[in-house]
Design a protein around this ligand. Sequence first.
Ligand code: HEC
Length: 279
Amino acid sequence: MNHLVILLSSDPAKSIWAIQSGQELALLILVILLLVGMVLVAFLAVYLMLILRRALVPPSVVKVVDPRSFWQRIAGLHSLSQEKDLVMEHAYDGIQELDNPTPPWFMGLFYGSIVFGVIYLFIFHVFNVGDLQTAEYTQEVAMADQQREIYIKKVAGSINEKTVAFLKEPKALNAGKALFLQSCVACHGQQGQGGVGPNLTDEYWLHGSSIKAVYHTITEGVPEKGMMSWKKQLNPLQVQQVASFILSLQGSKPAGAKAPQGTKEGPTIPVQTEKVAIR
Ligand code: HEC
């Protein structure tokens, strides 16, 4: 049972894709055989049904020699010429009924799904050797979190208030724009024109206009004035992106811009920056 856990686990370190020993390979083959076996069981069920039917229904009703091919029988098909044999005894107001039972392929599927259900029940609910969806989900989220952390350490580890630089690549600015639209528009306006928070497109700044100052404002926030600290929500790379995006809005003069606040500062970024329009 322990080995089945290995096969069914969603942990890549233990999953079937990481088969390392011959023993694990053998177990994988076992599982495949199990699946093939289940299909065979479904076929067997159909076959048994056909035999049972022949045994239980009086011979006068069942033709001893069924002219139909194997596939016709599996599909439950009858030719028109056979219709007269299918008529059932009763008739209402001259309306007769044909004996057309559910086709064997369907019943096979039906019984097959019952067999599958029983096996599933035992694996996931009786012996508990497989991970249920919720467990798999939590595991995957935990794994993703780990990977994210590794990624942030690798990519963003070197970014901090002292080393942050303005990003001018459209890709980075677009990422910053997405973050801005997601987290900042409520207070700074759809175009950065200001609202509860100050206008971010003019040359007037309360807390400095350099990329380093803006980075600092976003990470630490100005909690007493209603600008929260974003360091828990955004990783350093994201702060760098959104800060760069904000600076790329310089001089965009959006409609309904909020009156300047703070002190006037000179241009802080290379003037030729591709503007990423907010739509
Ligand atoms: C709940 C409202 C609110 C949200 C959301 C918000 N801010 Fe602010 N922001 C403010 C306020 C208010 C100020 C002004 C603080 C002050 O008066 O010192 C401010 C100031 C700033 C400043 C400094 C502007 C200057 O003139 O120096 C920057 C940069 C800034 N916010 C960026 C962001 C970014 C980036 C986001 C999204 C990640 C964001 N803000 C989300 C309210 C908000």
